[in-house]
Design a protein around this ligand. Structure first.
Ligand SMILES: NC(=O)c1ccc[n+]([C@@H]2O[C@H](COP(=O)([O-])OP(=O)(O)OC[C@H]3O[C@@H](n4cnc5c(N)ncnc54)[C@H](O)[C@@H]3O)[C@@H](O)[C@H]2O)c1
Length: 437
């Protein structure tokens, strides 16, 4: 049965804590697409198709024609940063997009200015921005963020708002007592509890207002019981965490292939160099730890060594990220994969990916925003596991193993869209085509 989905009427505001390389690249790309200057390549919502019905029906519409999504023309952009730069200046500094293209859309980008950040250097040591809110308590900061969101919504005449965290990776935090219930969390905000990071303040503000929150960094943010309690209370979707781009994207494409053919893996060594501000932040060991934990889980989850000890029980997995300014946003990664086949014979795979970090991440921000908005309008709340497709460390219900295989994730996403629209789910069994005759 088709779910009741409210139409995508009026404007959708996409607000991002962190108007750095990723956020500005996304905004510039959408503005350029709206003006016919480029195409939204890499965005499933804009360019992807979905099969509907039987294979013999030959019905594969664009996803954006199949489900009611906000249109690019109906998007407004805003956010917060610890630097005062408007989106044009920030994009120029990020050096992801050519200056001449940015110049062509300067008027629109220049008009997007950040609100002052809810920021604390203790959580991101390598940043020194000063465009920062002042308040006696984290509770007061949350109220200020709530006011910002309301202000943005009114000024931009938006019907709906979603937040996507595009801010820096914060230091590693473990879930603790203050994260367990909404009451404990709200008390912690008032007591300035050190276990409440700035990202949690934005998430709290969004969820309190009933606006979806997607987490693009590996921070502990919405993956705590207190936030899920709030999401349930306000019927709000959440998704996390950490955009799946570059090396991890390649891992979740390749590992399922090796596993599918029962090939063994003895070692997977991943090295990276990058020189953008994200790389600078990750140069601090406490911030790197957050990223490392998020990246490490992927192979374990796909290979399930405890179920496949002969093939993956002895696998050595190592990840390194090195800050290397000359490369800027153009991350380079190397993977050395030691695999083995029939009778244990050894083989090697080498990958050298010269990627562009923010070019890969930008369409993910757009899609997460559009799908989170769809989820809200479809009455779906809490963890949106179907959005794992975009995320390195997918958030799931406690005790539920995440699915990291990108092909299974895509099926889950497609089937969720079919489910929302009341179309039959597709199992790929295919026997019916032969049984009919
Ligand atoms: N680019 C990718 O491929 C990719 C992949 C996965 C995750 N990510 C994550 O996405 C995030 C953004 O990446 P980026 O390359 O745009 O980094 P960036 O450093 O260019 O931008 C992040 C921005 O966040 C701002 N910021 C930090 N703390 C803030 C706060 N509390 N409030 C408001 N603003 C704050 C910083 O000043 C900075 O401008 C990072 O956490 C990164 O780890 C990026």
């Amino acid at each position: 049965m088709k779910k009741q989905v409210e139409g995508a009427n009026g404007k959708l505001g996409i607000m991002m804590p962190g108007l750095g390389a990723v956020a500005t690249t996304m905004i510039a790309g959408v503005v350029a697409a709206r003006r016919g200057l480029s195409k939204p390549i890499g965005s499933l919502t804009q360019m992807g198709t979905i099969r509907v019905g039987k294979r013999t029906d030959n019905n594969e519409p664009l996803i954006k024609d199949f489900v009611p999504l906000a249109k690019l023309e109906d998007l407004a952009f805003g956010g917060w940063d610890v630097y005062e730069d408007n989106v044009y200046d920030a994009a120029m500094k990020a050096k992801v997009i050519d200056g001449h293209l940015l110049y062509d859309i300067k008027d629109e980008l220049e008009a997007i200015k950040p609100y002052k950040a809810a920021f604390d250097k203790n959580y991101v040591k390598n940043l020194d921005g000063t465009y920062v809110k002042e308040a006696a308590t984290k509770w007061d900061l949350a109220q200020q963020v709530i006011e910002d969101i309301k202000d943005f919504k009114a000024k931009n005449n938006c019907e709906r708002i979603v937040l996507v965290w595009c801010g820096s990776t914060e230091i590693y935090l473990e879930p603790s007592a203050v994260h367990q219930t909404l009451a404990a969390f709200e008390q912690g905000l008032k007591d300035n509890d050190a276990n409440i990071a700035p990202s949690m303040i934005y998430a709290y503000a969004a969820l309190k207002l009933g606006y979806a929150y997607a987490n693009g960094a590996p921070n502990l943010t919405v993956d705590i019981p207190a936030m899920l309690e709030l999401a349930k209370q306000t019927q709000t979707p959440v998704a996390g965490k950490d955009f799946k781009t570059g090396q991890t994207l390649m891992k979740t494409v390749l590992a399922p292939g090796l596993m599918a053919r029962s090939l063994g893996v003895r070692g997977w060594f991943s090295d990276n160099i990058l020189g953008n501000r994200d790389g600078l932040v990750l140069d601090d060991p406490d911030n790197f730890k957050t990223k490392e934990v998020s990246k490490l889980g992927v192979l374990e989850d796909i290979f399930k060594p405890e179920q496949n000890p002969d093939l993956y029980g002895d696998m050595y997995h190592k990840i390194r990220i090195n800050y290397y300014p000359p490369h800027g946003d153009n991350k380079e990664s190397w993977d050395n994969i030691d695999i083995f086949g029939w009778m244990g014979y050894k083989m090697q795979i080498k990958i050298n990916f010269l990627c562009r970090d923010s070019i890969l991440a930008a369409p993910i921000v757009l899609d997460l925003a559009l799908f989170s908005d769809l989820a809200k309008r479809a009455g779906m709340s809490g963890i949106q596991e179907w959005l794992s497709f975009y995320l390195k460390s997918p958030q799931t219900k406690e005790g539920l193993r995440p699915e990291n295989d990108i092909f299974k994730q895509l099926e889950k996403l497609h089937n969720t869209l079919r489910y929302i629209m009341g179309e039959e789910l597709i199992t790929h069994l295919g026997l019916d085509y032969y049984e009919e005759n």
